[in-house]
Design a protein around this ligand. Structure first.
Ligand code: SF4
Ligand code: SF4
Length: 358
């Protein structure tokens, strides 16, 4: 790992050089919110942002993606034979991704890249993407990354981590992909011998600004059945939930999808779409039975999956990186920090738990 200095006056010229080899994706402001978009020539990422409303996970795992395609023309030799569509996986760079969002790829990888199954679409998109992260110096009040396995200067899954240092960035170049990128951009100024120490100091300061946290130390030891049956938690929280699904759509670590077949003219498409455990149709069986037929069932599933099933299955971490989006976006103020702390402190003997806001 090396640290270089990128003068902000050299930033734009470097981005322009990258355009020859990469598609550029970065945060831009649209109306009131930032969102990650492909940056057309002349458009730069807005690096003075807090975090995007929608996670950049869509770059690797699109909200809607054709995974197979077939001809419905009887004259074609491959009539009704599904095949992978021709798709170019152009090299791209995601600029300014925050540490919580980059960290989420480690969580999601557990679903798409296992010993038994390797999702070709997710893996190809991931492997052709270079991540240039941006450390957080001004976390939102809802951020709790430091107690969710990440942190404002966490460089997991990043190829380069930028640290804003006034008129320049200090850039940790972490991987070969990162080396190729800074070389293509022409960024090669030495940051000085004390650069790593300066980054460490800023990191400590940034971590001290994260005021919000979750307690997770007892989750693994709690009985799965006791938590499942903890109606003192689920009834109260489910009462307010309107099953809008917002929390799952904005979450970088939610990975559920549905597969649908569609016919367009003489072509058939098999399409993978994000889905949500908060929707009644998600688990509706063809026979009409629905094992998660009530909103209590669905809300409980979301939090049990993130904070108990995942914890027990992988024996490391929770299925959450503490980005705080679901807290900010929930229309009825359902707060994963409160639920996590209740699950962590739940006592099945007395059916009580500690209720804390953060
Ligand atoms: S965003 Fe809030 S109201 Fe909507 S499904 Fe999630 S928890 Fe329920
Ligand atoms: S569960 Fe909420 S806080 Fe955790 S990663 Fe998902 S959106 Fe962020």
């Amino acid at each position: 790992m090396k640290v270089i200095k990128i003068d902000k006056k050299d930033w734009t010229a470097g981005l322009e050089k990258l355009r020859g080899s990469y598609a550029l994706i970065g945060p831009v402001k649209e109306k009131f919110y930032h969102t990650f978009k492909t940056l057309e020539p002349g458009r730069e990422p807005d690096m003075a942002y807090a975090n995007s409303r929608i996670t950049p996970k869509y770059v690797i795992y699109p909200q809607s993606e054709v995974i197979l395609k077939c001809s419905l023309d009887e004259n074609d030799s491959d009539y009704k034979i599904f095949k992978e569509p021709d798709k170019e996986y152009q090299s791209k760079v995601v600029l300014g991704i925050r540490p919580c969002d980059a960290d989420s790829f480690s969580v999601v990888r557990r679903n798409f890249d296992t010993e038994d199954y390797k999702d070709p679409y997710w893996l190809r998109a991931y492997e052709t993407t270079t991540f240039v992260g941006l450390a957080c110096d001004s976390p939102c009040p809802t951020c709790f990354c430091t107690s969710a396995g990440s942190g404002p200067y966490n460089d997991a899954n990043m190829d380069v981590l930028l640290v804003d240092n006034g008129d320049h960035y200090l850039a940790k170049v972490l991987t070969e992909k990162g080396e190729s990128l800074v070389s293509a951009a022409g960024w090669n100024d030495n940051a000085g011998d004390d650069a790593a120490d300066r980054i460490e100091k800023k990191k400590t300061e940034a971590e001290s600004r994260i005021q919000s946290r979750v307690n997770t130390e007892n989750l693994a030891g709690q009985s799965l059945l006791d938590l499942y049956e903890a109606d003192t938690i689920w009834e109260k929280e489910a009462f307010a939930c309107i099953n809008c699904g917002t929390c799952t759509y904005v979450c970088p670590t939610c990975w559920c999808f549905d597969v649908q077949d569609e016919v367009h003219g003489k072509e058939g498409y098999r399409i993978r779409n994000w889905d949500s455990c908060m929707y009644p149709l998600f688990t509706l069986h063809a026979a009409g039975h629905n094992p998660r037929g009530t909103k209590l069932d669905r809300l409980r599933q979301r939090f049990m999956h993130k904070l108990k099933y995942y914890v027990d299955k992988y024996e490391s971490g929770i299925q959450c990186t503490g980005c705080g989006r679901c807290i900010r976006m929930c229309p009825v103020n359902i707060d994963i920090r409160r639920i996590c702390n209740m699950m962590n402190s739940y006592d099945p003997e007395s059916c009580t738990c500690e209720v804390t806001a953060s």
